[in-house]
Write a protein that binds this ligand. Structure first.
Ligand code: URP
Ligand code: ZN
Ligand code: ZN
Length: 468
């Protein structure tokens, strides 16, 4: 099958130039001016459109048991929504359960994705059961196509690991070339403060903020960077939310440590005040680390632009606001009796790319090429999927988004494709929209029309990544 994309403007993390792109089967075969159409099965006119690599979301939670329920989007609904928003690949967290192996976690996640996947995907393994077996397994998990593990300094009694475990995991990861990803918040402090707040009857969603102050994110970030520095391992700090922790990242990078940082779309648009409203509405924005202040959002934008931060993910972790009825899985309503029982997470897998384009590129916060870097290329590089994914280059997978920089769209839960009853960007008017999403040469969304077969998404057997 030969497809040619004519008259578009190719945009990568480094270049913007007019060119035609020839796709043969699943790969990009040629890029050049005035490529011939002869012999092509399909000719796509991309006049006025950007030809960009499909978005890569490095941090998602599909079909994940958490917070007394399971996330609302499974692999089909979540990935389908991602494709509508211009994302062609994501890496989801396979959660180890107590008493089982890392490999078991990967197998469980394969079962969730098999037959449902509609875009390409990989797995990080979230290490929750420390011990010698875990350290030994870190040495072999790359054989399963997993080149990154996640550890938690938060969620005491559930996922949190102590510093000994963390350090041992980092050393084992270093030995086998794995990337260590980490949730940086001091879980001991959150646990203590939460218990005290609950004992005082402070149960409103706003108290979630008091249990997750920026200082404990900063402390945990500094500690993780220091331990990684001593262990010599690569480190990727997930969902960084505030100026304080990003300053620690800047310090780590300034002394040459192989450390990288991710923020998430919601931290630029949702704030503490959104959680402080009367009633229960604030529960929608309960996540860890929590949403912060507008001045933090400004710092995150600046840090994405100046390369202190390298990735924008979604941490897509969807829970219905009014779940547990009308066929919906239980969700945020589980925390009505107390903020400590709100399932933590915010949806956004569909919105990330357009939201970042409009608010980043159109509003002059980041360049077009930086936008591609932070929404696609850097994730492919760091997570061991480059150059198959994350760029428009000869030999790469033809994962391409045709982007209309003039097309307007208003984001709403009424029209989104995520299986969740609210949207973090409700009413946001964006200019710039994916008019065609192509996965390995196949057009899977065309002008809002779904074209993909269930089960056609492919597992990415990832290799060792690099520091970006
Ligand atoms: O609140 C969040 N972030 N939920 C997802 C789990 C995690 O820690 O990433
Ligand atoms: Zn986390
Ligand atoms: Zn997460």
């Amino acid at each position: 099958m030969k497809t040619i994309i004519k008259n578009g403007t190719v945009v990568t993390a480094s270049d913007t130039y007019p060119a035609d792109v020839l796709i043969v089967d699943e790969k990009i075969a040629m890029i050049g001016r005035d490529l011939p159409e002869a012999g092509c099965d399909e000719v796509i006119d991309a006049t006025g459109l950007y030809v960009m690599p499909g978005g890569i979301d490095p941090h998602t939670h599909l079909d994940m048991p958490f917070g007394g329920t399971t996330t609302a989007d499974d692999f089909f609904t979540g990935q389908r929504a991602a494709a509508f928003g211009g994302t062609t690949c994501h890496v989801d967290f396979a959660l180890q359960t107590k008493g089982s192996s890392l490999k078991d976690a990967v197998n469980t996640w394969h079962e969730k994705a098999n037959g449902n996947a509609v875009i390409d995907y990989g797995f990080h393994v979230a290490v929750t059961d420390p011990g010698d077996a875990m350290v030994k397994e870190i040495g072999t998990i790359m054989e399963s196509g997993v080149s990154s593990i996640k550890v938690f300094q938060q969620y005491k009694g559930l996922f949190q690991v102590d510093d000994t475990t963390l350090f041992r995991a980092m050393k084992a990861a270093k030995k086998s070339g794995l990337l260590v990803m980490i949730h940086c918040e001091n879980g001991d402090v959150t646990d203590e403060v939460t218990k005290a707040l609950v004992a005082e009857g402070k149960l409103h969603p706003r108290y979630h903020l008091e249990a997750h102050p920026a200082l404990i994110e900063r402390e945990a970030t500094a500690r993780a960077i220091a331990l990684a520095g001593v262990a010599g391992s690569k480190l990727y700090v997930v969902h960084m939310s505030c100026e304080e922790s990003v300053m620690e990242m800047a310090y780590g990078r300034s002394i040459g440590l192989p450390v990288m940082g991710e923020t998430c779309t919601q931290y630029m648009f949702k704030f503490e005040d959104d959680m402080k409203v009367d009633g229960y509405e604030g529960a929608k924005w309960a996540c860890g680390p929590p949403v912060r202040k507008p001045k933090d959002a400004a710092y995150l934008w600046k840090s994405l632009a100046d390369t202190t931060l390298q990735f924008v993910a979604t941490d897509h972790c969807s829970f219905n606001y009014e779940g547990g009825k009308d066929g919906k899985k239980p969700g945020k309503e589980l925390g009505k009796e107390g903020f400590h029982m709100i399932p933590n997470g915010i949806p956004g897998i569909e919105d990330r790319v357009p939201v970042m384009y409009h608010n980043g590129v159109n509003l002059g916060r980041i360049s077009l090429n930086r936008f591609v870097a932070i929404t696609s290329t850097n994730a492919a590089k760091a997570l061991g999927m480059y150059p198959e994914k994350g760029t428009v280059a000869i030999g790469s997978d033809a994962d391409i988004v045709l982007w209309d920089p003039k097309k307007e769209h208003t984001i709403s839960a009424k029209t989104h494709h995520m299986n969740v009853d609210y949207n973090a960007y409700e009413g946001m008017k964006v200019t710039g929209w994916p008019v065609r999403t192509i996965l390995r040469g196949k057009s899977i969304v065309v002008n809002g029309e779904w074209k993909q077969e269930k089960g056609a998404g492919k597992y990415m057997h990832r290799h060792q990544g690099m520091v970006v």
